[in-house]
Design a protein around this ligand. Structure first.
Ligand code: AP5
Ligand code: MG
Ligand code: ZN
Length: 218
């Protein structure tokens, strides 16, 4: 099962993608997490990505597409994956469609997690992220067991550099201009499913599993 998560920054793509990955036994691939791991590791890719990310802008397509297409050819992707944060532009979507077509394959579901901009701003201020394993928390809606510490790997939780209110506004602008058109792209492809992302995160997950079905794909 090959799934794409669509939605504004902070809509809950990462939160839901992790739950999907766990339930269906497929890898969760977040381009944002890959970039953040590279920034933390001080790699060339990380240096390139950081300047764009800190400004709330997209990392150039050429860099992002190559990285993602390499990742989905790894062995753990054989039975599918859930993509979180990719594609984010029409050229990215087209490259993915072409690469899959060439393998006689296609995306099965594009899930749009819909949340209005006002709700996003509140969510981002309370988000805490683990740079160790990519886990995401919210101080109010989804707190870790111990304040400031990741439940999964025990590392310290941080406020992401790009979660400052001003940068969030910029990211929302970029989303509306460059990423929102993908909703139509995947509607035309006949694989779009929209869910109401303003509800409790367990309710959102139930709506998603109703779309994906109960069977494990393994
Ligand atoms: P990325 O890391 O993908 O960030 P994003 O898309 O802006 O999305 P977020 O991770 O901020 O939000 P999310 O939807 O995952 O929400 P979450 O589940 O955490 O990308 C970062 C940057 O990297 C980009 O700006 C760009 O520069 C670059 N980049 C990445 N991919 C790229 C690409 N393909 N091309 C070019 N550049 C790229 O939830 C948010 C908060 O809300 C959390 O605190 C969570 O606990 C809470 N929450 C979640 N669901 C609920 C709920 N139902 N109710 C209440 N609270 C909730
Ligand atoms: Mg995320
Ligand atoms: Zn962690």
């Amino acid at each position: 099962m090959k799934i794409i998560m669509l939605g504004a920054p902070g809509a809950g793509k990462g939160t839901q993608a992790k739950k999907i990955a766990q339930k269906y036994g497929i890898p969760h691939i977040s381009t944002g997490d890959i970039f953040r791991a590279n920034i933390k590791g001080g790699t060339e890719l990380g240096k390139k990505a950081k300047s764009y990310m800190d400004q709330g802008m997209l990392v150039p397509d050429a860099v992002t597409i190559e990285m993602l297409l390499n990742r989905i050819q790894e062995a753990d992707c054989r039975d599918g994956y859930v993509l979180d944060g990719f594609p984010r532009t029409i050229p990215q979507a087209e490259s993915l469609t072409e690469a899959l077509n060439a393998m006689g394959d296609a995306i099965d579901y594009a899930i749009d997690v819909a949340v209005p901009d006002e709700a996003i701003i509140t969510r981002m201020a309370g988000r805490r992220a683990c740079l160790g394993c990519g886990a995401t928390y919210h101080i109010q809606y989804n707190p870790p067991k111990q304040e400031g510490v990741c439940d999964v790997c025990g590392q310290e939780l941080v406020l992401r550099d790009d979660d400052k209110a001003e940068t969030v506004k910029k990211r929302l602008d970029v989303y509306h201009q460059q990423t929102q058109p993908l909703i139509d792209y995947y509607k035309k492809a006949g694989v779009l499913a929209a869910v109401d992302g303003t509800r409790d995160l367990e309710e959102v997950f139930q709506e998603i599993t109703a779309v994906l079905g109960d069977a494990s794909c393994q």
